[in-house]
Design a protein around this ligand. Structure first.
Ligand SMILES: *[C@@H]1O[C@H](CO)[C@@H](O)[C@H](O)[C@H]1NC(C)=O
Ligand SMILES: *[C@@H]1O[C@H](CO)[C@@H](O)[C@H](O)[C@H]1NC(C)=O
Ligand SMILES: [Zn+2]
Length: 443
């Protein structure tokens, strides 16, 4: 039989070779039926329009609830604000008295501008040549929810039984500050009942073959400085004018900004490790029908700044600097400081999760990623803010982790995508992580 299929003529040999080559060059890796089904479930979730200002929370929740039920998880739907469901999915461990593992993902997404995308942002179109699945939320962070659930499904099917309970929280409103989502969850009775010992939340894609992991977020502050002073003719030079005083403020802030930025430029610190401060608006001048009155010095002026503090910063020192240098009262300046996030936990400790053996979950997490064939980059501080801060504020070790290597960082960008094989690999990584962490013996 074998010999009859062997080439007998050069033409046949050529055709056979061609067929072989085409097989080898087939662009997308062949996946199993199970994997194809996992990709389809990701696409189905990505097609639900979850962008602000009008995320379809009810469709997202019902999709995830049915997925969770098919995995055999316990489900609980909370609603801290009307129309904003929050799902808690649980797999009880054999010793539920031990602190549990919580996997968090948010239901909402930022908006997208469809005209700037190569595929509609909620089509979840999968490019056959590259395996890229295009959707708003593909990286940030709807893929995580499906990966968590698929990893749990695989573990269940393999007969695994966790020692510690494993929970998944799917929360609304992360992209608009989390006040009705993770913040309310962390403060709730239900959350206390989960006895959470360790949290995994979203991280960021990595363009290299290392996964990134984040142990802290920077805390965003908003600073508004207002100056008041005597008005005067544009021709007069006098001390104490509002704009003049405000310009002194701008100069003092610029000097501080430079001192921080220099550390980054010199390679001594990462951008997320310094205090960033950037002017975001200026308001002054007396409007006229053609623009501004040009021969009058106004009696009021205002400057707005975006400030970001790493957990290592001392918030009292920054306040002192604002009081004494940036907006001193004796210079007729007042300020408003809106702290959009905490910088210390409930016990006054910096909001950082140790990534060394003082955190018993860390070496297990690190080893699990390795066992799944992954590499971890040096732990980092995230430049922006996520729901992780609410968990850290409760004193719970929390890492930001999205297992997407060799992937450009496209969160909030046009043409956000996740590659099918990267998504599938992430499921395997979570299988290892969940099985290892939920088996961590009592401590
Ligand atoms: C503060 O404002 C008052 C009244 O407008 C003005 O007389 C004074 O010079 C200002 N002081 C300073 C330090 O700018
Ligand atoms: C572990 O990490 C924490 C916080 O990042 C740090 O304060 C502590 O000194 C580290 N301990 C050891 C033994 O390295
Ligand atoms: Zn996110």
């Amino acid at each position: 039989m074998l010999s009859s299929s062997l080439p007998r003529t050069p033409a046949r040999a050529f055709l056979l070779l061609l067929a072989l080559l085409l097989t080898l060059l087939r662009p997308s890796a062949p996946f199993s039926d199970r994997e194809e089904a996992q990709i389809r479930r990701l696409q189905e979730y990505l097609r639900i329009p979850t962008a602000h200002p009008d995320p379809d929370y009810s469709a997202a929740a019902s999709f995830l609830l049915s997925l969770a039920r098919s995995v055999g998880l316990r489900t609980l739907t909370l609603e801290f604000a009307p129309g904003k469901p929050l799902l808690l999915l649980s797999w009880p461990g054999s010793d539920p008295s031990l602190p549990s593992l919580l996997l968090n993902s948010h239901l909402d997404s930022v908006p997208a501008e469809p005209s700037k995308w190569s595929h509609p942002p909620f089509s979840a179109a999968r490019d056959p040549a590259t395996g890229r699945v295009f959707a708003r939320g593909a990286q940030d962070d709807k893929s995580l929810a499906v990966q968590y659930l698929e990893a749990l499904r695989a573990l269940r099917d393999s007969g695994f039984a966790p020692l510690r309970s494993v929970h998944v929280s799917l929360v609304p409103d992360e992209e608009i500050g989390g006040a009705d989502g993770a913040a309310r969850l962390a403060a709730s009775e239900e959350f206390r009942g989960l006895n959470v010992g360790f949290v995994l939340d979203e991280g960021q894609a990595s363009p290299t073959d290392e996964f990134r992991v984040f142990y802290a977020d920077r805390s965003p502050w908003r600073l508004i400085v207002k100056a008041a002073g005597p008005p005067g003719h544009g021709s007069r030079m006098f001390d104490g004018g509002a704009v003049e005083n405000l310009m002194n403020c701008a100069e003092a802030v610029a000097r501080f900004r430079e001192s921080q930025f220099d550390l980054v430029k010199a390679g001594l610190m990462a951008a997320s490790e310094v205090i960033s401060v950037n002017p975001v608006y200026m308001k002054a001048g007396i409007p006229s029908p053609t623009g501004f009155v040009m021969n009058m010095q106004p009696s009021e002026a205002e400057l707005g700044f975006d400030l970001r503090l790493p957990p290592t910063a001392d918030p009292e020192l920054i306040k002192k600097r604002i009081d004494e240098e940036w907006a001193p009262t004796i210079k007729n300046m007042t300020y408003q400081l809106i702290q959009k996030g905490p910088i210390r936990d409930y016990a006054g400790r910096p909001l950082m999760t140790p990534t060394n053996e003082t955190n018993p979950w860390w070496p297990v997490f690190e080893q699990a990623v390795k066992s799944a064939g992954g590499k971890l980059a040096k732990p980092e501080i995230l430049s922006s803010t996520t729901d992780a801060r609410f968990m850290r504020q409760m004193g719970i070790p929390t890492l930001g982790f999205s297992p997407m290597s060799n992937t450009p960082i496209l969160l909030h960008d046009h043409n956000e995508f996740i590659e099918d094989k990267v998504f599938l690999k992430g499921i395997k990584v979570y299988e290892q992580i969940i099985s290892a962490l939920s088996s961590l013996p009592g401590y």
